[in-house]
Write a new protein. Structure first.
Length: 411
């Protein structure tokens, strides 16, 4: 197979089926050269163990805006001054990232996620109450998947009820509502939410509460240093991107995956105690990512999977492909199996020093959302033909743009 014949990322042929190129590459050239939409060359890492090795290797830098670097799309050079490339500069690489993570990790703990569980459950039930009162059908994306995470984020940031509509509107510009098609669009949205975050932080400095943002303002590192304003703004933006858009999209994908697999959906209804493992399997199989993968810059010649990636190369590390590796997840890795024994080995939350700090909270949201939705609406099913569901993506995510469902009638 000529993997450079079509630009990367490769198109999916149907929902949640991996691009056929991935399986061939994993089996034959797990670390391979590819061509980007811009026409520039890059490298693709597809196999589970190689993906994890690349995520651990500090020679793969997250800073891809470098002279001579491959352009992801044709607007890359023109957009190089955009906030998408300058945002979070001080926390992207060690030692700044190491220090930032050491401080922030004190607030993002399993205990903190457990403490949020009653609030998440209450928000979920309130949204479901509204949907119950509305009637038989609703859009699971707009009316549920995007409603729950933003409430949780507002709680975490301590945003007052009166200010939530403004924040939600700005947050929407960073997500599917604008359907960004270039880094320039994404950078403009980042700038807007960054300005809001700066104002919010200033308010919190004057009047702190029990919210996570107030804690981040007061937390200190081992040397008694604190997060700077720039670091706090970057943290708010990262929290929004990971805690709002990513969670909303993952919820939509999880429900769509279950609705496309009625046997698995029936199993979860019959055995609700499977929910924890089901969430891991849904994260693996119905991952929100486009397959575009994590972009890295090789700061040296690096041998990976028996191949030498040259210094200066742009490298895409595919978590999605790693999650379909049959050597790890079994010969049926392409199928959804909520009882899969190794589902917890999934790498949807990344791996190594950049493992998602909000993973525990995201898992809690998914468990509460799925369990309570299925308990409230035991006859939940797609309102139309599965083929009518439009799958959309912006630069980073892949999900149903709308997901019309019905809660009565035939399953």
């Amino acid at each position: 197979m000529d993997v450079t014949a079509r630009p990367y990322p490769y198109a999916r042929t149907s929902p949640f089926l991996e691009p056929p190129e991935w399986a061939w590459i994993r089996a034959n050239e797990p670390v391979t050269a590819v061509k980007l939409a811009s026409g520039d060359p890059a490298w693709l890492v597809t196999r589970y163990e190689d993906v994890r090795a690349a995520m651990l290797d500090p020679r793969f830098s997250r800073t891809i805006n470098r002279p001579g670097a491959s352009r992801v799309d044709t607007g890359y050079k023109a957009d190089a001054a955009s906030p998408v490339f300058t945002f979070g500069g001080s926390i992207n690489e060690p030692p700044g990232h190491t220090r930032w993570r050491r401080i922030v990790a004190k607030a993002f703990t399993q205990r903190q996620a457990d403490a949020m569980q009653p609030h998440i459950a209450a928000h979920t039930d309130q949204i479901l109450d509204t949907l119950t009162a509305r009637g038989d059908t609703f859009d699971l994306m707009a009316d549920f998947a995007y409603q729950l995470p933003i409430r949780v984020i507002c709680d975490l940031l301590g945003i007052e009820v009166d200010n939530r509509p403004e924040f939600t509107a700005l947050a929407a510009k960073l997500t599917r509502r604008d359907m960004q098609s270039s880094f320039a669009d994404f950078g403009e949205a980042l700038g807007g939410i960054g300005r809001y975050a700066a104002t919010l932080i200033a308010r919190k400095r004057r009047s702190q509460g029990d919210d996570l943002l107030s804690k981040l303002i007061t937390l200190r590192d081992e040397d008694e240093s604190q997060l700077s304003n720039e670091e706090l703004i970057s943290t708010v933006i990262l929290l929004l991107m990971a805690g709002y858009e990513s969670t909303a999209v993952q919820l939509g994908n999880a429900f769509y995956a279950l609705l496309l697999n009625p046997t698995q959906l029936a199993l979860l209804r019959e055995r609700p105690e499977l929910i924890a493992n089901a969430v891991e399997e849904l994260l693996r199989w119905a991952q929100m990512g486009t397959g575009f993968a994590v972009a890295k810059h090789a700061t040296a010649d690096i041998e990976l999977g028996g191949v030498t990636i040259p210094e200066g190369a742009t490298v895409f590390v595919s978590l999605g492909s790693g999650n379909r590796d049959t050597s790890v997840f079994g010969v049926d890795a392409g199928l959804l199996d909520l009882t899969r024994e190794r589902a917890g080995a999934q790498i949807a939350f990344s791996y190594g020093p950049h493992y998602c700090l909000g993973a525990a909270l995201a898992r809690t949201e998914m468990r509460e959302a799925i369990s309570r939705m299925l308990a409230r609406f035991p006859r939940l099913h797609l309102a139309g033909d599965p083929g009518d569901v439009v799958l959309a993506s912006n630069l980073f995510t892949y999900y149903p743009r709308e997901l019309p469902v019905a809660v009565g009638g035939a399953r």
